[in-house]
Design a protein around this ligand. Structure first.
Ligand SMILES: Cc1cc2nc3c(=O)[nH]c(=O)nc-3n(C[C@H](O)[C@H](O)[C@H](O)COP(=O)(O)O)c2cc1C
Length: 202
């Protein structure tokens, strides 16, 4: 059977979500998938970026990461979205990318794809769940198959977020539990897509 194609499409200003995205890529690759790691386009004004040295540094460090396009969605069997929480919602940069998907949606190309999402916020109760649930609204519209990590692996009892891998950025860079949760989330999405693919082929 053809391998599962996974697009990991994320926005990260200062690197936290990027680290989760890389862990998700590792998890998907280990599960046998073909992976495209893609950042969405930066839309913030330069003066906002210049006001935060970590932001500019991260842009430079990830200059070689390819920007997401609609072809990545069309190629994928699984899409994992990553975003920091912005006042309890996904970042506008990721939303702007999602808002370009009308043509794919119209052609039914997003229907029956597997979707999952991961996030970061500065504080423990700063909106991780609401951010992931807000992305879920879009997955419903697309007719996607939402595969959350739940508590389906022991690491999830440590991470404590069944909606998606997440990290409190105020505590520092993602720890082993958050990274392992992202790897697990990707593996579960790949395994589900592989089972769907096999079932449809049969
Ligand atoms: C405009 C804005 C809004 C934010 N809103 C929240 C929020 O509602 N709750 C929270 O805990 N952190 C909030 N943060 C902090 C970010 O979520 C945090 O810096 C981010 O998760 C770090 O991820 P990154 O390193 O990938 O950019 C906000 C940051 C900005 C710039």
């Amino acid at each position: 059977m053809e391998p599962v194609n996974v697009a990991i499409i994320y926005y990260s200003a200062t690197g936290t979500v990027h680290a989760l995205a890389q862990a998700a890529a590792e998890g998907a690759e280990k599960a046998g998938a073909h992976v495209r790691l893609r950042k969405v386009r930066e839309l913030a004004p330069q003066e906002a970026i210049d006001a935060n040295p970590d932001w500019g540094r991260h842009i430079q460090e990830t200059a070689d990461v390819v920007e997401a396009g609609l072809d990545d969605l069309a190629w994928a069997d699984v899409v994992l979205f990553g975003t920091p929480s912005r006042f309890g919602n996904p970042a506008s940069q990721l939303r702007a990318f999602i808002d370009t998907t009308g043509p794919l949606w119209f052609q039914g190309q997003l229907t029956d794809m597997v979707f999952s999402a991961f996030t970061a916020s500065n504080t423990a109760h700063g909106g991780q769940e609401s951010t992931l649930l807000a992305l879920g609204n879009t997955f419903y519209h697309w007719g996607g198959i939402i595969v959350p990590p739940g508590y389906a692996d022991p690491v999830q009892f440590k991470s404590g977020n069944p909606y998606g891998a997440s990290h409190v950025a105020g505590d520092g860079p993602p720890n082993d539990v958050a990274l392992e949760s992202a790897r697990y989330q990707a593996r579960r999405a790949v395994d589900t897509a592989a089972a769907l693919k096999a079932g449809r082929a049969g």
